[in-house]
Design a protein around this ligand. Structure first.
Ligand code: PLP
Length: 459
């Protein structure tokens, strides 16, 4: 038994908790051929604010975002791009995180909005993005939303021939000539092709789409767009993407007289997370933003446009800008010993909140000083479901009921893909650049959740 197991749990318990003795092989983090195992440091503060203070103010579990980190990443990417290209815009990918306060930070930094649904479009308008500052992507755009977005000057990125025909019909009906872009898909080394979106470049479909659009005479082609995938660790993929788009833009200019206003290379840069299949941790494996930018610049060197006419380069990086800025605080509910000898820890946050736990080994650390030997541990969530595992295997110090953990780099795709399943979704807090903090989404309550329910009269 370890010292932890013998511990008296508190004044209310009459006797120390008894746990049947288990032989646990302690892992001391000895040197091996990959050097010393990583030491675990407690993280008692997030951006200078005590974890205990945040939990006292907003409860647990709790998502916490750092404004300073978002701004730092945004400016870093923007400034690198601006060094290499005459005209640059970043468009905030709404689906990555569409909480108003987070979007407001990007808006204030000068970002456009990139949306993929009517809901996201309305959310961006409500926040104050002008219609012409919004780029509308995605494979499903209803006639209703197109009827609003096209005359308002929103740039629609056309996904397929049926959508092209629908947009032309609206343009003729409303007697307008909308500026539109075509979404392309193409193959590059280092990224699995996302061929379901847009018009394929290699097969000639993209060229057919341009010819068809020009022959229709109803629309003005102002841009090309390609988003090649997500969490792409291979910067060479961006060199190839930029080169292929530049080549296509050259062709359109030389053969069809099309002068493009922008080239949008989408998102997909990796954050500092670690994919389950990844060999090295994200801290070591993730390329710097500068390396992605450099690769794009090398590819775009193929563009044969006079400098005065050079199209604006748009990027829609999502997770690379917001993932590292988000943390999830969780509280230990219970410890248990599994039949195979590992320690199981039950937390108050699970895959319902940390959807990305399905593909990342999230970096997680205790939020208070700890004692005792690290041992093989599984982190479970609160759901009564076997799949609710946040970390399958990690060597972790002992934890006590009530202890807190901090999951790092969880700012992307979790507060949009989280599930209202079995429990309420928790509060989300933002730490400002001056060290102040505030709630940016309240914890859900029963009234909010039953608001859309009804019991029919016959029951
Ligand atoms: C069209 C488009 N742009 C940008 C993004 C943001 O991608 P990421 O978060 O990988 O940068 C996505 C996400 O899938 C997307 O579909």
């Amino acid at each position: 038994m370890s010292e932890h197991d013998m511990k008296t749990p508190g004044p209310r318990a009459a006797r120390p908790i008894y746990e049947r003795p288990t032989i646990v092989r302690h892992q001391l983090g000895m040197m091996n051929k990959f050097a010393r195992a990583q030491a675990i440091e407690p993280m008692t503060r997030i951006d200078g604010v005590a974890v205990a203070e945040l939990v006292a103010a907003y409860g647990s579990p709790l998502f916490v975002f750092s404004e300073a980190e978002i701004v730092r990443r945004y400016r870093e990417l923007h400034d690198y791009l601006a060094l290499r290209h005459p005209r640059v815009r970043l468009a905030w990918s709404y689906k990555t995180n569409y909480l108003d306060a987070i979007c407001r930070i990007f808006q204030r930094e000068g970002a456009l909005a990139e949306v993929v649904s009517e809901f996201e479009y309305d959310k961006a308008l409500r926040l104050g993005f002008r219609p012409d500052e919004i780029h509308f992507n995605g494979p499903d755009k209803s006639e209703e939303v197109l009827l609003r977005a096209l005359p308002a000057g929103t740039i629609i990125h056309i996904d397929n021939f049926d959508e092209l025909a629908a947009i032309e019909a609206i343009a003729r009906r409303l007697k307008i000539r909308p500026r539109v872009a075509l979404r392309l898909n193409l193959s590059v080394t280092g990224a699995t092709p996302w061929s379901r979106f847009g018009f394929n470049l290699e097969s000639g479909q993209a060229r057919d789409a341009v010819r068809r659009l020009l022959a229709g005479g109803a629309l003005e082609l102002c841009g090309l767009h390609a988003h090649i995938g997500t969490f792409i660790l291979e910067v060479g993929a961006y060199r190839e993407l930029a080169e292929k788009i530049a080549g296509f833009a050259n062709e359109l200019r030389a053969e069809l007289g099309v002068i493009l206003e922008f080239l949008d290379l989408g998102g997909g840069f990796a954050s500092h997370n670690t994919l389950k299949a990844q060999y090295l941790p994200g801290e070591q494996a993730t390329p710097s933003l500068a390396r992605y930018v450099e690769a794009i610049a090398e590819g775009l060197a193929a563009l044969q446009y006079p400098p005065a006419e050079a199209p604006t380069l748009i990027l829609e990086a999502g997770r690379a800008l917001v993932d590292d800025a988000g943390s999830l605080i969780a509280t230990v509910r219970a410890n248990k010993r599994l039949p195979d000898g590992r320690r199981g820890v039950v937390l108050d946050a699970g895959v319902n909140l940390l959807f990305t736990a399905f593909w990342y080994n999230h970096d997680v650390v205790p939020a208070q000083a700890f004692h005792g030997m690290p041992e093989p541990t599984v982190l479970y969530g609160p759901l009564c479901m076997n799949i609710d595992v946040l970390r399958e295997h990690l060597v972790f110090p002992p934890l006590e009921v009530g202890d807190r953990l901090v999951f790092r780099n969880v700012g992307a795709y979790n507060v949009t893909q989280w599930l209202q399943f079995i429990t309420y979704r928790p509060a989300v807090a933002l730490i400002g650049r001056g060290g102040q903090h505030g709630e940016i989404r309240r914890r859900e309550d029963l009234d909010a959740l039953v608001r859309y329910e009804a019991i029919p009269a016959w029951l």
